[in-house]
Design a protein around this ligand. Structure first.
Ligand code: TXA
Ligand code: MG
Length: 353
């Protein structure tokens, strides 16, 4: 199959492209599109056969449910049985935006996309192209991140093409994604709001709306032993092709710690790649060739680091590094989402510095 890529820099001028994309979705095909978090791989969320094509293109385990993307409130009421009070509050505060709410579903939502769960994940994206695509399709769009299962999520159309070339008919290119990590998933179906996946809507932001004590983090996100309630969080994820080891601790000790590890690994004959801040990379110039360094932004600037992290991991795909070292950030605020992804990408291999 030929995969078309259409630049969407001027949404008004691109009416035809949006119409064609909407037609494809209604015809049961898969279209990749930008959101403010990461690129999504979209299909008609009310059509189980169309969604089966998503699982196939990604190589995704069939028990891992898809979330549904909506453009407005009436689409939510079409798929959700009941919107609890706290979900109303969260929607008023954060939708459209990088938040997915787990809510009781209606039977119109096919079993195959919820993995048989009684709930459905609902997200109202803010990105213009995403919203225009949902509107042009006229249906809720099921969309996981547009990567091959287990790989870092794509935050550029080019990265979508790397993973999806020949597998889907169309990619809408809306440029680089703003946030760069997937939406915060909050289970709002029960008593307390439970964060199943951290994202740009932080625990602190949720508490501001719901009150302290009313927001908890799924224990499985902190300990490595219990089973996460978001089925997808149990799989290997975000992994670069070479193994990744994280260095975590005091920013002031980072350069020295990296130098030590790099020297040790190079002595063993390894080609070491480094994913780190501008500041740390500057201290490693004599040890690591430039093409084996990926700069994720300035130390402590978490929004920029989140926006760059997946492309930084992917930048080693066609390099010959056989081991990667990554610099950890704080786990506060947006740092919780960044470190959640990096811990998964590294299979929890960490050196404390
Ligand atoms: O930012 C995002 O959320 C992106 C963009 C494209 O919108 N989408 C995304 O989808 O990250 P995906 O499929 O890669 O991640 C969705 C996660 C999976 O871990 C899945 O297991 C979980 O949401 N999930 C889906 N439905 C669920 C449900 N009913 N209960 C609990 N977890 C659910
Ligand atoms: Mg994903």
């Amino acid at each position: 199959m030929e995969t078309k890529l259409i630049q969407m820099d001027n949404i008004k001028a691109q009416k035809e492209a949006l119409y064609a994309a909407g037609e494809l979705i209604r015809a049961g095909e898969v279209v990749a599109f930008p959101t403010e978090t990461v690129y999504g791989l979209g299909a008609n969320g009310l059509d189980a056969d169309a969604c089966a094509k998503i699982y196939q293109a990604k190589g995704r385990p069939s028990d891992n449910p898809l979330i549904l993307h909506v453009a407005n409130r009436s689409m939510i009421d079409q798929i959700v049985a009941k919107v609890p009070d706290k979900a109303e509050k969260l929607m008023a505060a954060f939708c459209p935006g990088p938040l997915t709410l787990i809510l009781p579903r209606k039977s119109i939502v096919p079993d195959r996309i919820t993995g048989g769960l009684a709930t459905v994940g609902v997200r109202m994206p803010e990105n213009d192209v995403a919203r225009a695509l949902i509107t042009a399709s006229g249906v809720p769009i099921a969309a996981p991140s547009a990567n091959i299962s287990g790989r870092p999520s794509p935050t550029t159309a080019k990265s979508v093409l790397v993973d999806m070339k020949g597998k889907i008919p169309l990619i809408l290119d809306g440029g680089a994604c703003d946030f760069g990590v997937e939406s915060t998933i909050v289970d709002a179906a029960g008593d307390k709001a439970v964060i199943l996946r951290p994202g740009a809507i932080t625990k602190e932001m949720l508490e501001e709306v719901l009150g302290e004590g009313n927001v908890v983090i799924d224990p499985a996100l902190v300990g490595a032993d219990s089973i996460p309630r978001a089925p997808g969080m149990k799989y290997t994820h975000y992994a670069p092709k070479a193994p990744l080891i994280m260095l975590e601790g005091m920013p002031t000790r980072m350069i020295r710690a990296f130098q030590r590890e790099i020297e040790r690994l190079q002595k063993e004959g390894h080609r070491v790649g480094v994913i780190a801040s501008h500041e740390v990379l500057k201290g490693l110039q004599d040890l690591v060739p430039k093409d084996l360094m990926a700069d994720y932004g300035h130390q402590g600037q978490l929004s920029a680091i989140a926006a760059n992290i997946y492309e930084a991991l992917r930048s080693f795909d066609d390099k010959d590094a056989d081991i990667l070292l990554g610099e950890g950030t704080t786990a506060e605020g947006l740092g919780l989402a960044i470190m959640n992804r990096l811990h998964k990408a590294s299979g929890f291999q960490t050196i404390q510095v």
